[in-house]
Design a binder for this molecule. Structure first.
Ligand code: ADP
Ligand code: MG
Length: 220
């Protein structure tokens, strides 16, 4: 069974009197232990599709299944819980809080959870992405690649089953992008998670187990 699945997903946005059909019936799935990349030009619907996959937005039509369960049957509280505990997000511009250190940024998504050693796990994750000597640095004291590795560690703090990344290498040079992609492929196996990366950058295909192409809201 796929960990996450989209079936016939349509997404329309209303913009004044105009209706924009960003997704036109998308079928997609990802399994644990694999990295799937979604490649497509700007405006093809990649971020929209990732937001559906991450339960951040609901489709106009079609079904999203998380571990086989149609998520439209879940309450808002259940959705929040699934999103919080099951899914990690990484964005192009890192989204780190500037006044918090690397380790504090990583701990942040687990703040309410007093049952685990958050600080210990945050340090462990930062070690695993090669930042053991940068724990107490602020984002402004880190390079772009280092900031993105902090963001990846933060996305893993709640031990998600799915890691979603929207153009994670978009602000990085080619060498740094390769380091980050190699990091993701390693974590995919170590953590047995499904990784979905969307990007317009074809470099990603080299690191993927599977690549799908999204053009004008349609998987080709
Ligand atoms: N909140 C929104 N309101 C209206 N139109 C949107 C919104 N978000 C995205 N769109 C439109 O949907 C289409 C797909 O956008 P997006 O998913 O961001 O594509 P990509 O990530 O591939 O660049 C584009 O035409 C975009 O302008
Ligand atoms: Mg986008």
């Amino acid at each position: 069974m796929s960990i996450i699945e989209l079936e016939g997903v349509v997404k329309e946005y209303q913009s004044g009197s105009e209706t924009i059909e960003a997704l036109k019936g998308v079928d997609f799935y990802a399994n644990r232990g694999e990295m799937v990349t979604v490649i497509g030009p700007s405006g093809s619907g990649k971020s929209t599709m990732l937001n559906m996959t991450g339960l951040l937005d609901t489709p106009t039509e079609g079904i999203v299944r998380l571990e086989g369960v149609d998520v439209s049957a879940l309450s808002e509280d259940e959705l929040t819980e699934k999103r919080r505990s099951g899914i990690g997000f990484v964005f192009q511009d890192f989204h780190l809080l500037p006044m918090l250190t690397a380790v504090e940024n990583v701990e942040l998504p687990s703040m309410w959870d007093t049952s685990v050693d958050r600080h210990g796990r945050a340090i462990d994750l930062l070690k695993r992405v090669g930042l053991e000597d940068r724990l107490d640095h602020l984002p402004s004291e880190l390079s772009g690649g280092q900031q993105q590795r902090v963001a990846i560690a933060r996305a893993l703090i709640n031990e998600p089953k799915i890691l979603l990344a929207d153009e994670p290498t978009g602000n990085l040079d080619q060498d740094t992008a390769r380091t980050i992609l190699a990091e993701l492929t390693r974590l995919k196996t170590e953590e047995d998670i499904a990784i979905v990366v969307v990007s317009h950058d074809e470099l990603l295909m080299e690191y993927a187990d599977r690549t799908v192409e999204l053009i004008d809201g349609v998987i080709t």
